[in-house]
Design a protein around this ligand. Structure first.
Ligand code: ZN
Ligand code: ZN
Length: 409
């Protein structure tokens, strides 16, 4: 990819993504392989007024070696210095950017239990940090750049270099970084999503009924105080930002005990470097009571059995089958992209901001208002080109929301 476009993309992540303010700290998590691009982000951040940019480098191959060879007790620990790192920067109001570029098979053969335990240990140690991000108290962003292993998975018939070039093309298009002024293009895009959000918030749906030929037949109730969101959001200090680039969704939360029926996945899910594919989940009063997967059953099991809340849902998101990412017809094996090509649900925690006044609620109040809590929040895709959605409102009307995969309202 040419330098001009890469610089535009880096600037988009800094301005439209985390929206760095003068004097602010930016913390970037990034694979070592993506260092050349990270340097462009660092430069853009300082130009935008950042006080300091702090890197947290990662390498999946090293993580894999650790999971394979380290002694058992390591996975129940989280180092004190790392906890201090996250909490200190979160409390000082830093923005957090995560460059997510996971090889969908990086952890093949690793015991999913080890990964799950280290996530539980991490979450216990830095719960304050994740609570702050989930409630938009710190601005945050997830975005992607290609890595060789990931690109080869997306384009298996190309050489490594060609695959990386093609994946760059797809990412730059999907994020609108190919446009003359990507920041402006995102403002326009956000306006469109905000219109849809406003419309849905005015209707006040009590439930949504999803149906398609794959076998999905699922009724999702929404809490009385649910709020739809999509496009740019506002952090607690009133500054707008975009937590995901790209983003095509409008989303809210399901009522924790109000989900009934069955849902079939429509795309593979990369969960912690393992693929889960062709799976279904059966719900009764919100709880997953049965599930199967043709690929990755053990990973799905460890996801669902992580904690009490990972047997329930925390997000329901509507994305047109005709979204630009979906029209590209590329299977990204990366949830950030695939979830923006398809209606999806999240297993686990709900965003407090999906409830009216939710960012000021205690955990008990969130639960009383129907929000689920878990250390997980894992989106999976179930939208198809024949998906129908019928909504019922609190005042008893029935309204068709999706016909054949697309909005009809
Ligand atoms: Zn979503
Ligand atoms: Zn989500």
């Amino acid at each position: 990819m040419d330098q001009v476009t890469l610089k535009k993309y880096a600037e988009l992540l800094v301005k439209t993504g985390v929206n760095i303010q003068k004097g602010q700290t930016l913390v970037i998590s990034c694979p070592v392989e993506a260092a050349p691009f990270a340097r462009l982000v660092v430069e853009a951040a300082y130009k935008a007024g950042a006080r300091q940019v702090v890197m947290r480098w990662g390498d999946e191959q090293i993580s894999r070696l650790t999971y394979l060879h380290a002694p058992e007790d390591l996975f129940d620990e989280f180092p004190e210095w790392r906890k201090e790192f996250y909490l200190t920067h979160a409390r000082e109001g830093a923005a957090f950017m995560s460059i997510y570029a996971s090889d969908p098979e990086a952890m093949k053969g690793v015991d999913p239990n080890r990964i799950m335990r280290s996530q539980i240990a991490a979450n216990q140690a830095i719960k304050e940090y994740s609570d702050r991000l989930m409630a938009n108290k710190n601005r945050w962003l997830v975005a992607s750049v290609p890595t060789k292993a990931w690109a080869k998975k997306v384009f298996p018939n190309l050489t490594e270099d060609e695959a990386v070039a093609n994946l760059w093309d797809a990412i730059i298009k999907a994020t609108r970084a190919d446009q003359d002024d990507p920041v402006k293009a995102w403002e326009e895009h956000s306006k469109q999503l905000h219109k849809r959000v406003e419309f849905l918030n005015n209707i006040r749906f009590k439930s949504l009924h999803f149906k398609n030929a794959l076998g999905t037949d699922l009724v999702v109730e929404l809490p009385e105080k649910h709020l739809w969101a999509g496009g740019s959001e506002k952090s607690a200090d009133g500054i707008s930002f975009n937590p995901n680039i790209p983003s095509e969704e409008v989303f809210t939360l399901p009522k924790k005990d109000g989900v009934n029926g069955v849902v079939y996945s429509s795309k593979p899910l990369n969960y912690n470097g393992n693929l889960i594919d062709e799976f279904f989940l059966t719900f009764k009063d919100g709880e997953i009571v049965d599930y199967q997967a043709k690929v990755g059953y053990d990973s799905l099991k460890s996801l669902i059995e992580t904690d009490e809340g990972s047997r329930y849902l925390g997000e329901v998101a509507l994305v047109q089958y005709d979204s630009p990412i979906s029209r590209s017809n590329i299977l990204f094996y990366n949830t950030l992209f695939d979830e923006n090509a398809s209606c999806h649900l999240a297993i686990g925690r709900a965003y407090p901001t999906s409830l009216i006044g939710g960012d000021e609620m205690t955990e008990e109040e969130l639960a009383l208002n129907g929000a689920n809590y878990s250390i997980n929040h894992v989106d999976f895709m179930f939208g198809t080109e024949d998906l129908d959605i019928v909504g019922k409102t609190y005042d008893g009307q029935t309204i068709q929301v999706f016909k054949d995969g697309n909005f009809v309202i």
